[in-house]
Design a protein around this ligand. Structure first.
Ligand code: GLY
Length: 449
């Protein structure tokens, strides 16, 4: 089998390693914008170029006789790379452009959910006019403000968080309206969790739930990032999530998948990522993504027991109901090492180093559920045998163990001793203290009258 991978971040290194673990010994071909050394080491051939250039990606696939493709990031999905691959006869894991709107157009996504009677939406409205938006903010009083388009996870601002009061919410609304329409939503209060699923158009195979950490600094303060680290529990449920709440989130995602053909004329085939928040009234939807999460892909793919090539075949042929997709019942903690100054003024082109004794932990066909530690290269590039930072997250370090506590120690130890460079990370992700805080928060919310 020849597999094409589109994308060159930590999430894609995780996809590449999972593909290479397949007993079918697939050959990997990758299109990425920069030379990720981890992915390059697993690839037969690499095209360094624009991942959004649908024609160039399809031509690279045709030239290499690709059998199946996996598209990692949202930007190529939004640019129609999946459509181009299917048109060229290459089945792709990653929805076509019209289905990817569930992520790329937040206003369309909210309307889609509402129109189809699916649970999980907040009270919300979409505006292009500032005065109308401001009046709606006054009505709801406690809001989230979202640009309708793609912002790399950094455009959403929430009152009581990045927006101190109504005046700040209005000011940000004004700023967003300069370039986009704006979605104003009732603010949900609770604990966030991520539920990801492989989707074949009709059937969903769910991954363990994860919790990401958006804020740059320990204690959940500082600017929003693409995600500084995430953890999963042993089994599918996070420590603050009940089986019933998990089932509700699954039902919301199943109903969403069933509604695509009516809305877009196409089935959704790829990864569906539900960003949920667990509230007093159960799981609610913050947003959908049409791809694996980053870092969450590194957590769950480290645990994947099932042959990734078989999953890709099942996703693209609509036969996921005939495949048992299994994950090891270990806990994982993933922490990102990011350049000093990230996200506002990241130190670019700075050399980093993964020490030689950690070399075997760099994600490959040899790493997986039996590993204790897996290291994923993210937005870095290789030049003259050395590795350098870009403006984004650099190295994802995943600890795997029986408990979150043990997994955290493994990841932290690697960050402290085996990754060198002008980098920083969040020490608190996956610690007992942080996880207990999440549990206490949910207990408090559940007990409110
Ligand atoms: N971890 C958040 C995201 O992938 O969008």
């Amino acid at each position: 089998m020849k597999i094409l991978l589109v994308g060159g971040g930590g999430r894609e290194h995780a996809i590449a390693a999972a593909v290479k673990r397949s007993p079918q010994n697939p050959l990997l071909y990758t299109v990425m914008s920069k030379m990720n050394p981890g992915i390059a080491a697993l690839s037969e051939d690499v095209l360094i170029g624009d991942e959004k250039d649908a024609a160039a990606v399809a031509a690279f696939a045709e030239k290499n006789g690709i059998d199946l493709a996996f598209i990692g990031p949202e930007a190529p999905l939004s640019a129609g790379v999946s459509d181009a691959l299917w048109n060229a006869g290459v089945p792709a894991v990653g929805p076509k452009k019209d289905c990817a709107r569930i992520e790329t157009d937040k206003a369309w996504a909210r309307k889609f959910i509402e129109k189809n009677g699916i649970d999980g939406n907040p009270e919300y409205a979409v505006f292009t006019d500032y005065e109308e938006a401001a009046a709606f903010i006054d009505k709801l009083k406690d809001v989230a403000v979202k640009p309708a388009g793609l912002t790399g996870g950094k455009g959403v601002k929430v009152m009581g968080d990045q927006l101190p009061d109504i005046a700040a919410a209005k000011e940000y609304t004004k700023e967003v309206l300069k370039g986009d329409s704006v979605v104003i939503e009732e603010r949900f209060i609770g604990e966030e969790f991520t539920l990801q699923a492989f989707v074949d158009g009709k059937n969903l195979a769910f991954c363990p739930t994860a919790q990401d950490h958006k804020r740059a600094y320990e204690g959940d303060v500082g600017p929003n990032t693409g995600g500084m680290g995430a953890y999963t529990n042993a089994g599918a449920l996070l420590p603050f999530l009940t089986e019933e709440e998990y089932e509700t989130a699954k039902r919301i995602m199943k109903e969403t998948v069933a509604a695509f053909p009516k809305e877009t004329g196409e089935e959704f085939k790829g990864m569906l990522y539900g960003q949920f928040i667990l509230t007093k009234r159960g799981p609610k939807l913050i947003e959908y993504n049409a791809r694996f999460g980053d870092p969450e892909a590194m957590n769950v793919l480290s645990l994947l027991e099932t042959d990734m090539v078989e999953i890709m075949k099942a996703v693209t042929t609509g036969t996921l109901d005939q495949l048992e997709v299994e994950f090891s019942k270990k806990a994982t903690v993933c922490k990102y090492a990011v350049p000093a100054g990230y996200p506002d003024e990241p130190k670019k082109d700075a050399e980093i180093e993964v020490s030689a004794d950690a070399g075997a932990a760099i994600a490959s066909e040899k790493t997986g559920p039996n590993s204790d530690l897996i290291i994923y290269y993210s937005s870095v590039y290789e030049k003259d045998g050395k590795i350098f930072t870009t403006g984004s997250r650099s190295v994802g370090v995943v600890g795997l163990a029986e408990t979150i506590e043990e997994a955290e120690k493994i990841a932290q130890n690697a960050l402290d001793n085996q990754i060198k460079g002008d980098l920083f990370f969040r020490r608190d992700v996956g610690t007992n203290a942080l996880v207990q805080k999440r549990i206490d928060h949910m207990n408090e919310i559940r007990s409110e009258k």
